[in-house]
Design a protein around this ligand. Structure first.
Ligand code: HAM
Length: 416
């Protein structure tokens, strides 16, 4: 094959799209119920937006961005995630303020130049939400409830919800100092990435998955043990609300997430069928991002679900079957004259709201009926010279194989 899709970029083929459509409909229904409104941002943004928002020392920005200089000499990037772009759009179009809730959702492709493996692609899709304007842990709980509700509606009720608090600008420096102190003696035994993290973004050491770093991380201090009063009260309130809502969760003290903008709550929803890349949803609070990007102090919280991973889970658990789309009616014209009439009838059937198609190849009747069957048609309309001269058609019930001769209008009525 001369042309292939790029490594790590897989298309979504017709046999999979019904499953994607079920997911999208389930999300849409829940977003509407929770009063979220859709926003669509461009896939290309100024590179600086992501460096500033996600953090220059994160893996996403330092290793994974698809960046290039455009013809106008601007440094631009294919969005690796949507939160920064949504904040940019909200500030540019004045959509958010401190005293009102703005609730937005998005669907779309994201781009990260990662090493492709199962569940990890270079182009992947996210559906996500961002809520602006409230610092209340009740809003954090609502976002988690919404994600869990989407998964439950898709038949997935056994996913694990992991929660943590990474503190705020007030308490995190104290934690970082303690962590640095703890790691000082053992950092030489840790991986190269951890060395860099230790220097520039110490908290991220806790997220390392390499076996040689694990036993050191296990004993490390945790963010939750260093929370200031405000962060601790908010974290406890969140856990209390979630318990009351009947959401099962686990406090995971190592959950620090790979993006720098988080403050207080972080969470992930993980599945044990996914292997190493087990997070199907990630999110949290980011109370400083709006002001960091030049806006007012507006607290915010949100999440994104990875759709390729969600599709993988649905396929393995068989919670939903991906049925191919079927048509109702198939026209089987026999001869050139009949073909012309069939085109006209086909148009009328579609106008009457019936999903229909026809044979354009002039195949034998047997082959045409086989094709109708393959397409899942409930009826076939057979049109030959005899029927044309009598101004009739033959309606074949594809399930019982019974056939009746009648006018086209009568056939339409019967099908409807
Ligand atoms: P994230 O954890 O980087 O968070 O991504 C969210 C989800 O996207 C992951 O849990 C995973 O399911 C999926 N995902 C990430 N990278 C890949 C990849 N290379 N291939 C396939 N799926 C992937 C964010 O992006 C934040 N913007 C979420 C957020 C919204 N936080 C607050 N608001």
């Amino acid at each position: 094959m001369k042309y292939q899709s790029l490594r790590g970029m897989k298309g979504i083929l017709p046999e999979e799209t019904p499953l994607w459509q079920i997911i999208e409909k389930t999300c849409d229904k829940n977003f509407q119920r929770f009063n979220y409104h859709e926003i669509r941002t461009p896939v290309l943004e100024m590179s600086d937006l992501f460096t500033r928002a996600v953090g220059g020392n994160t893996d996403i920005v330092s290793k994974e961005m698809y960046s290039f200089v455009d013809r106008g000499n601007r440094k631009v990037t294919l969005r690796p995630e949507a939160t920064a772009a949504v904040v940019r759009a909200c500030l540019q179009h004045n959509l958010i303020s401190k005293d009102k809730l703005t609730k937005l959702f998005y669907f779309g492709p994201m781009f990260r130049y990662e090493r492709p493996q199962a569940g990890r692609y270079r182009q992947f899709h996210q559906v996500g939400i961002e809520t602006f304007g409230s610092a209340s842990p009740a809003v954090d709980a609502e976002t988690i409830l919404l994600a869990v509700k989407i998964f439950r509606d898709l038949g997935l009720s056994d996913l694990e919800v992991d929660i943590n608090s990474v503190g705020c600008n007030k308490c995190r420096p104290n934690f970082t100092q303690n962590l640095k102190h703890y790691l000082k003696g053992s950092i030489v035994k840790m991986c190269e990435d951890c060395h860099k993290r230790y220097q520039h973004n110490t908290m991220r050491v806790l997220d390392c998955k390499k076996p040689k770093c694990q036993h050191i991380i296990e004993e490390a201090p945790s963010t939750v043990d260093f929370l200031c009063d405000e962060c601790r009260v908010d974290f406890e309130s969140l856990l209390y609300i979630l318990k009351n809502l009947g959401i099962n969760f686990k406090v995971n003290k190592r959950l620090v997430r790979g993006l720098d903008y988080y403050t207080k709550t972080t969470y992930e929803i993980v599945s044990n069928v996914l292997g190493a890349q087990n997070a199907v949803c990630g999110g949290g609070r980011y109370d400083k991002l709006v002001s960091d990007l030049g806006g007012p102090e507006v607290p915010a919280v949100g999440f994104a679900i990875g759709l390729e991973r969600l599709v993988e889970i649905l396929k393995t658990t068989k919670a939903l079957s991906s049925k191919p789309q079927a048509i109702t009616l198939y026209f089987a014209p026999l001869g050139d004259k009949a073909k012309i009439s069939a085109i006209e009838y086909l148009h009328k059937a579609r106008q009457a709201g019936i999903s229909a198609d026809m044979d354009y190849f002039g195949k034998k009747l047997k082959a045409q009926l086989k094709n109708a069957d393959r397409l899942g048609a409930l009826y076939a309309l057979i049109l030959g010279d005899d029927e044309l001269s009598r101004n009739t058609v033959i309606l074949r019930d594809m399930i019982s194989s019974s056939q009746t001769e009648l006018s086209f209008e009568e056939a339409l009525k019967k099908i409807k």
